[in-house]
Design a protein around this ligand. Structure first.
Ligand SMILES: [Fe+2]
Ligand SMILES: [Fe+2]
Length: 291
């Protein structure tokens, strides 16, 4: 947040506004606790899902979706939790809960298009998962990357809600001035940016500590000490942003941070596959897009 003396007013204001932040719905904290507890089993998660009708339907839908391709129909939540795994179920619950907060609950028409924002978050999540599976596969890491993608721009929702007029100014500036990245314009106008605010929200919501760095530095991955996940998130963010405009991998490649690409050991060939898979997965992501 720059020089503390200079920004202390903004900092105070920000921290105060953080107190008004909607608390993360109870169900997420419960799910996080179940997953973190080595003694919990599928029954605990099943019980929680079964209490919520829409989550029950979604869990069954996801387990039966073409993506997982199970040979027979899955009819109970218990089976669905077993076949999908804890982490995938956690992401499903997190995604549909946040969708309600970010998209559904914002009634008024706003300049900040929440649906477009949500689509970008889902694309970044899917892309981050694909990048991990292409560079260092592992279910835990892949699902963690997905969660980070969903959450990475959460600071923008906060800005839109709490600093509406300044955020509107940022959006107007960034339309006019394509060369200056939006986070730099935010810093100029608000003395902070959505990445920094996002990392404070993760902390406030008691989400896992290792989510803080990748979110805080997703536009400046060189500053992170947890390089891998931060680079994954950074590259996923850019790919999903530009693949909404073009699926041409070489054009996307030209915009990526060289250092991040090098650290991930991502060749243009892998990138091409990631971009193609992203396109395919987005066309099948209805469950996440209209959560
Ligand atoms: Fe961002
Ligand atoms: Fe983003």
């Amino acid at each position: 947040m720059g020089d503390l003396k200079e920004t202390s007013k903004e900092l105070k204001d920000l921290i105060q506004k953080m107190d008004d932040l909607p608390i993360l719905p109870n169900i997420i904290s419960k799910v996080m606790k179940i997953i973190d507890n080595p003694y919990s089993n599928a029954d605990h998660l099943t019980e929680l899902i079964s209490m919520d009708q829409s989550l029950t339907v979604k869990t069954l839908k996801l387990a039966n979706s073409a993506y997982y391709g199970f040979p027979r129909e899955i009819v109970t939540v218990t089976e669905a939790v077993v076949v999908l795994g804890f982490l995938t179920v956690r992401n499903l619950i997190l995604t549909s809960t946040l969708y309600n907060i970010f998209v559904n609950e914002s009634q008024e028409e706003r300049e900040f298009d929440r649906r477009k924002f949500w689509k970008h978050s889902v694309a970044t999540a899917i892309c981050a998962r694909l990048l991990v599976s292409a560079t260092a596969p592992g279910q835990k890491e892949e699902e963690e990357a997905f969660t980070l993608g969903i959450l990475h721009d959460v600071g923008k929702v906060f800005m839109d809600t709490n600093y509406h007029s300044q955020f509107f100014e940022v959006m107007r500036e960034s339309k006019k001035n394509k060369n200056e990245p939006a986070y730099a314009i935010e810093r100029r106008i608000l003395n902070t940016d959505h990445a920094e605010i996002g990392s404070m929200i993760i902390d406030k919501w008691n989400l896992p500590e290792n989510f803080v760095e990748p979110i805080k530095f997703h536009h400046t991955p060189g500053l992170a000490s947890d390089k891998y996940m931060t680079n994954v998130l950074h590259v996923a963010d850019i790919i999903s942003k530009f693949s909404a405009i073009t699926y041409d991998a070489s054009e996307i490649n030209a915009r990526l941070d060289r250092e991040a690409m090098g650290t991930l050991k991502l060749q243009e060939e892998n990138l091409r596959t990631v971009v193609q898979n992203l396109e395919y997965e987005m066309s099948n992501a209805d469950l996440f897009l209209n959560s």
